[in-house]
Design a protein around this ligand. Structure first.
Ligand code: SF4
Length: 721
């Protein structure tokens, strides 16, 4: 607008994986506005989060001093996580809650860092490397992710390092690595414009990838047929050619029925399968029993409709599949993704423009953090910890002895924190950088108990998160606009964000903090400070990534702002579409993996008759620590709600707007009821952003055996007035 600004700084939106490029408008070291820039993923467009979700950076609750827990103040998760305390929004009351000063005292950096690292080191000395673990963050930069996993592997001495990808697309990645040899997308979102048909499954892009959703809607207007397949019919349904409202938990039934149709009706792409796939006979045999007519009763979609969509998918000149957490967050999440890979392959819809597989990444840097090695079973660029060659290469590259065994995953690490004292792999000390497991993990009563049980918890963040309340030492860090670094979006675009403002008080850059901990744990690192240090870490990561980003130098990023990998040399423009010639599997072919029906871990019954589906909403981001401190976003969605459809309201004898109690076998909460007729019968949908009504108190920690992802999309609950 007409507001005077001192500076306009190019950066990237800090919220979702679409990776919209933005301009921070800065006056007097404050962000006063955000504009969309002409980036490759957004062409100037922004959603409400990107445009209005910036004032969290200036919120009075920002942490500005290192904090150390006062001696004798207990870590009872129930007394610290009072509902009133957690109400963080504008003008919120904090009644009944402890003040930060009651629990923590301010410390100097020297004291806080010595204490943070000293006790980690002591635990390592007494109990061995496996007694320590670290959670990095998909909200940090690639450089932070890379350095953090290097610290855990070379300094802590184990591979107990993970981040929220475990809660998001770990199952998709497991299926993709097994099937096509790469965990990233085959085609960018923008390819929807070239597709004749697009299946969007288990995803609500209007809320969670809003600018990506606008490309889908634009494509629909140009004639692309959108198929929305989801137990919840969300806003994109208005733009869809067909909606497939399958029953929660029946993805495999629906998808196998589609594959069955292609094979039975002679629509399979025989040439593509013969040349580029393996294991087709096993798949064919496996789907033989999945005729749409047999699956109709299982998944609730009429057989004729399943056949119609399958035919249209196969006969389209090009067709693509995009999916979200509705696919991945099940105990059969990997099987769901295997079916998507098989469907694409059998139809020959991969390896060309407007086709392929696109797991929509949630966090702004979940792709990059995973690429950088922030996962327990893989070094950077998915080189397996268990591979002797990879192990030897990284030992040499980092000049350190490395544990040859994969580490524990997110949910397993918290489980290990509650292991008996005699367990040699009991986790006793943790370093958590920018993650909030006390809100994001399943079965929160258990997760919080585990965090509270740690002998030493170091939390590095920008706010006193629910996790930070359970810490022994809290390190105030920098928010995204306060630092320079790279992030990688859902389309595999590596993008550069530049520092726009200074950090408040004594808050420090995450990259500096990781190095301070590393130095105190005996690592002899020599990265420079400031931007030169960021660039140096990036360049080291580029080497560790073995080719994938070989052509993306720091200088090139400074010049171009965004480059897509694979990018093999400085004159490679980047490859937005992959698998055109071969798949990066050992034999160059897609490996088809059949999937059978596996039921959800906890089914509804007389006592808990409804299915709880958790997720997100447009205005609030994940655990809410940023967006609930953004005035505009908090004003639009100020309170926690749970949605059911009109028929369910009637059955329950309850009215929209009234406060209700939601209970599962693991916990309970109170929130307000909302009517949403897109929610299926027998189900309730709830976002997990509200700490005063944390949906994850109710969820089930049962894991998919391959991706180790918890079943956030299905557990049994009841609602009462
Ligand atoms: Fe930010 Fe995603 Fe919205 Fe773009 S679509 S502005 S990246 S939250």
């Amino acid at each position: 607008g007409s507001q005077q600004v001192d500076q306009e700084v190019p950066s990237v939106c800090p919220f979702c994986g679409v990776g919209c490029q933005i301009t921070y408008k800065v006056r007097d070291n404050r962000i006063v506005g955000v504009d969309g820039r002409d980036g490759p993923a957004n062409h100037g467009r922004l959603c409400v989060k990107g445009r209005f979700g910036f004032d969290y950076a200036h919120h009075p609750q920002r942490l500005t001093k290192p904090l150390i827990r006062r001696p004798g103040v207990s870590k009872d998760p129930n007394s610290l996580l009072l509902p009133g305390r957690a109400r963080v929004g504008a003008g919120a009351g904090q009644e009944g809650a402890p003040a930060i000063g009651d629990v923590f005292r301010e410390a100097t950096w020297e004291e806080a860092l010595d204490f943070a690292a000293g006790r980690l080191k002591a635990l390592r000395g007494t109990h061995g490397p496996k007694s320590l673990a670290g959670f990095g963050s998909a909200k940090g930069t690639n450089e932070e992710a890379y350095l953090f996993q290097k610290l855990v592997r070379t300094g802590f001495g184990s591979n107990n390092v993970d981040h929220c990808t475990r809660l998001c697309h770990a199952s998709s990645v497991a299926a993709l690595l097994e099937g096509v040899g790469s965990g990233a997308v085959s085609n960018p979102v923008a390819d929807v414009a070239q597709a004749e048909l697009v299946i969007v499954i288990g995803s609500n892009p209007t809320a969670n990838h809003p600018v990506a959703a606008t490309w889908m809607k634009n494509a629909a207007r140009q004639g692309t047929r959108i198929v929305l397949a989801d137990p919840r019919i969300t806003e994109l349904g208005r733009h869809a050619w067909r909606t497939l409202q399958f029953k929660p938990d029946t993805d495999v039934a629906l998808l196998n029925a589609m594959i069955h149709t292609l094979i039975e009706e002679g629509l399979a792409d025989r040439e593509f399968i013969a040349q580029r796939a393996s294991n087709f006979e096993a798949l064919k045999e496996s789907v033989a029993g999945f005729a749409p007519e047999a699956m109709e009763a299982v998944c609730g979609v009429p057989a004729g409709r399943i056949r119609e969509v399958a035919r249209a998918f196969a006969s389209a000149k090009s067709a693509m599949i995009l999916w979200g957490m509705g696919v991945s967050q099940h105990v059969h999440g990997t099987d769901n993704a295997r079916c998507l890979i098989a469907l694409c392959t059998v139809a020959g819809q991969i390896g060309k423009p407007g086709s392929g597989l696109h797991p929509l990444r949630g966090q702004n840097n979940v792709q990059g953090a995973s690429d950088a090695g922030l996962i327990p079973m893989m070094f950077p660029n998915y080189q397996r910890v268990g591979s002797p060659e990879a192990h030897a290469w990284f030992q040499d590259f980092w000049g350190a002895r490395l544990d040859p065994q994969p580490g524990y995953t997110v949910v397993e690490i918290l489980h290990q924190a509650l292991a008996p004292d005699t367990d040699p792999h009991k986790v006793r000390g943790m370093y958590v950088m920018g993650e909030n497991p006390a809100m994001s993990d399943p079965d929160l009563n258990h997760a919080r108990e585990a965090l509270a049980a740690l002998e030493h918890l170091v939390v590095q963040d920008i706010f006193m998160t629910e996790t930070a309340w359970l810490a022994d030492v809290v390190l105030p860090a920098t928010a995204w606009p306060e630092k320079t670094g790279t992030v990688t979006n859902t389309d595999r675009m590596v993008q550069l964000g530049r520092q726009a403002i200074d950090a408040p008080g004594d808050a420090k850059p995450d990259l500096w903090l990781i190095q301070q901990i590393a130095g105190r744990m005996g690592l002899n690192w020599h990265y420079e400070g400031g931007h030169a240090g960021v660039a140096a870490v990036y360049e080291e990561m580029r080497q560790a990534m073995h080719g994938a980003i070989a052509g993306i130098s720091w200088q090139r990023l400074e010049r171009e702002g965004s480059v897509t990998y694979p990018c093999l040399s400085e004159d490679d423009p980047g490859q937005p579409i992959v698998f055109t010639e071969r798949f990066p599997t050992p034999d160059g072919r897609v490996r088809l993996v059949p999937a059978q029906l596996v039921a959800a871990d906890e089914r509804p019954d007389g006592e808990f008759p409804l299915v709880l589906i958790t997720g997100r909403q447009l205005e609030h981001w994940h655990t809410g620590s940023m967006t609930r401190r953004s005035a505009v976003l908090d004003a639009i969605e100020p309170v926690a709600t749970a949605s059911v459809n009109g028929r369910e309201l009637e059955r329950l004898g309850l009215a929209a707007g009234q406060p209700v109690r939601l209970q599962s076998r693991r916990g309970e909460l109170t929130c307000h009821l909302r009517r949403d007729d897109g929610t299926p019968d027998g189900a309730v949908f709830m976002p997990f952003a509200y700490s005063e009504a944390a949906a994850n108190l109710l969820t089930n920690a049962a894991l998919d055996p391959f991706g180790k992802i918890p079943e956030f999309k299905y557990c049994a609950v009841r609602i009462s007035a």
